[in-house]
Design a protein around this ligand. Structure first.
Ligand code: R5P
Length: 301
């Protein structure tokens, strides 16, 4: 990207990440206003000329994701109206990405649909992080860069990694990601075989790998309700794990009573990123690693 010619725009759920990107890119905020009409509709206006400048729009698709998506699309449109040379989107947490296949006749598959709607922003490049299934990259019709926080999370875990720890994927789908994490830390890998019953509950079938007498570090792309982590910890305890329980996840969405479930599972420390806003105070230790350097590198590449 052109040095000194970037303006950053913070979506309503991306203040902290945008602040971090201001430093990483050494770029100022662009000026814009978001107004609400009495009926709730949004109006977005960029209040400076962006002629010759690149606009980087940052948004996190936390709930309500569809509203935040439309806000981003309005912002992209406003940047074009303000003559931006190029418009980039940084949306590290991709909502609906777990709806990636037909699971029942008559049930909509939300992931590709959300991606198509997002692509309507005609971004010169879209940057996302640890998309639930990497193959979801094919859903987009704008140039996409997928970054992964797994090496960052491994680096954050390393200084406090307990002796004899095992890295654990809480499901088969996350095995490749967890394998990368385990290799980065030089620790063995175990996998929990789970199936999802509904949006809140999962059933664990068995633990693959030896965790007896060992502390564990569970690694996942995201924590939504915390049901997956809670079930995985229960199964790992039954399988004989011992010592501390750490969890590393790119997207700490922490919906509903996730915090209670994580605390109740005996979580010692959560390692996560700033892809979504993380509450300032949580009943367990938190190590927050910013995605900003990775995203800045992706924008410059
Ligand atoms: C599932 O395939 C994902 O990788 C996460 O494990 C899951 O979506 C987390 O959701 P929750 O916290 O609601 O169990």
């Amino acid at each position: 990207m052109s040095d000194g010619r970037i303006r950053l725009f913070a979506g309503s759920a991306a203040q902290a990440l945008t602040q971090a990107l201001m430093q990483a890119l050494d770029a100022p905020l662009g000026r814009f206003e978001l107004r609400r009409f009495p009926d709730g509709e949004a109006q977005v206006e960029v209040t400076e000329s962006l002629a010759g400048l690149d606009a980087v729009l940052v948004q996190s698709f936390t709930a309500p994701a569809a509203e935040r998506l439309f806000e981003l699309l309005l912002l992209a449109e406003a940047c074009r109206q303000a003559s931006a040379a190029r418009v980039f989107a940084v949306t590290p947490y991709m909502a609906y990405a777990r709806q990636d296949r037909v699971t029942r006749e008559g049930r909509a598959v939300g992931g590709p649909l959300f991606a198509q709607l997002l692509s309507a922003g005609r971004f010169d490049r879209l940057i996302t992080a640890d998309l639930h299934a990497e193959a979801g990259g094919g859903w987009f019709t704008v140039p996409l860069t997928q970054v992964s926080a797994i090496d960052l999370l491994a680096a954050a875990v390393r200084p406090t990694l307990p002796q004899g720890a095992v890295a654990v994927s809480p499901d088969l789908g996350g095995a490749k990601r967890a394998d990368r994490f385990a290799r980065a830390l030089g620790v063995p890998l175990a996998i929990v075989h789970k199936t999802r019953q509904d949006g809140r509950s999962v059933v664990v079938h068995r633990v693959l790998g030896d965790v007896r007498g060992r502390p564990i570090v569970i690694v996942d792309d995201m924590i939504a309700t915390g049901g997956t982590i809670e079930a995985a910890v229960g199964a790992l305890r039954e399988a004989g794990c011992a010592g501390s329980i750490h969890v590393a996840a790119t997207h700490a969405v922490l919906a509903e009573d996730a915090v209670r479930k994580l605390a109740g599972s005996g979580l010692a420390r959560l390692f996560c990123t700033d892809s979504v806003p993380v509450p300032a105070s949580l009943p367990f230790e938190v190590t927050l690693t910013s995605l900003a350097p990775l995203i800045a590198a992706a924008l410059s590449g």
